[in-house]
Write a protein that binds this ligand. Sequence first.
Ligand code: PGA
Ligand code: ZN
Length: 427
Amino acid sequence: MRTTIKSIRAREILDSRGTPTIEVDMELDCGARGRAAVPSGASTGVHEAVELRDGDTKKYGGKGVLGAVDNVNNEIAGELAGQDVLNQALLDKLMIDLDGTHNKNRLGANAILGVSMAAARAAASALNVPLYKYLGGSNAVLLPVPMMNIMNGGVHANWQSADFQEYMIVPYGAHGFRDALRWGSETYHALKKVLKKEGHSTGVGDEGGFAPGVSSNEEPLDLIIKAIEEAGYEPGRDIGIAIDPASSEFYRDGGYLLRTEGGELTAADMVEKYDSLVTKYPIVVLEDGLAEDDWDGWKILNSRLGDKIELVGDDLFVTNIERIERGIKEDVANAVLIKLNQIGTVSETIAAVRLAQKYAWGAMVSHRSGETVDSFIADLTVAMGTGHLKSGAPCRGERVEKYNQLLRIEEDLGEAAVFAGRKAFVR
Ligand code: PGA
Ligand code: ZN
């Protein structure tokens, strides 16, 4: 069986926001194929690998990706032709070296990642194993607890709702993934009823969560608690809450500007605020509570809350080993968010997860607010045994496709499947 690369072809497609992104098809000499599409963020960290956009404002307002498509079809395809697709780490290294920059700004992290993911898919297909088994081996049996973003704020709701970007439910009390998904969906629908009853809008934001106007960043928590109870579950015991304020988005000149609350807070004030929220509500995860370069603030945050809940760095670490290493050394958090396109290759993403796991940190694989129906992250989560997956509300095709893929994986594993459950969140 010849697992060498015969052809690589990229094209410009649209993501869930109607913005261009890149899709890559790879074919091997044995006839196996792999296809992958690249996601895109809105609350992007400044330290992320660079997403190459055309900048030609006459097309898609400058957001086209034809340059990145060209880089795949010419330079990258030429470099990788004839390489064995089973050498994922080598393929990724060849692309990193070909790009030659520290943040993939020449060829584009979107171009490189599309090829990297398509290669993994083609390899799995050639070997006739599911992607999660190809990446994770026969011990890949852990199904994650879904972290479902059911209320959207910040840039994901055009600042029409809360300042905090994401309010997630975490149905860790369920007995398996299928149950967890059902509990989450029932709570989502109960929330819709609660919102209607209280005269709120039920329009949804970029990640499928509701985005009503609210008068404080705490109000969504009260609405969610009501919804959990309406759905017949017990907050804290059955379903916990995770929040992602994505605070870099409201950080200005050293202060945290909370529009709904009409005030600017210091990092220490923010920590006080989070501490009181954690005391009042069953919050088990706080992501990007402080801004991407506020390392001193993060130290205060971790010393106050690090032994109670998971403190996750998203914009802070950007799935970048050097930044995660600094975080471990300086003891600023205890978990890392994992996004393939923040770093730009499958191999580097896996290395970031392994680094977190080596130090007993949590690792949460995550979608982006701009997605496609590609469900690579569902397989990646199981492959790496992270126990956590963020893929938005149980609503909008590009969000539910990841959850649906986990249903298929759970079915494929049969009795071997293990559900991460509550212990994945206990500190
Ligand atoms: P983004 O948001 O994809 O818009 O960056 C997701 C997140 O902050 O977790
Ligand atoms: Zn985030």
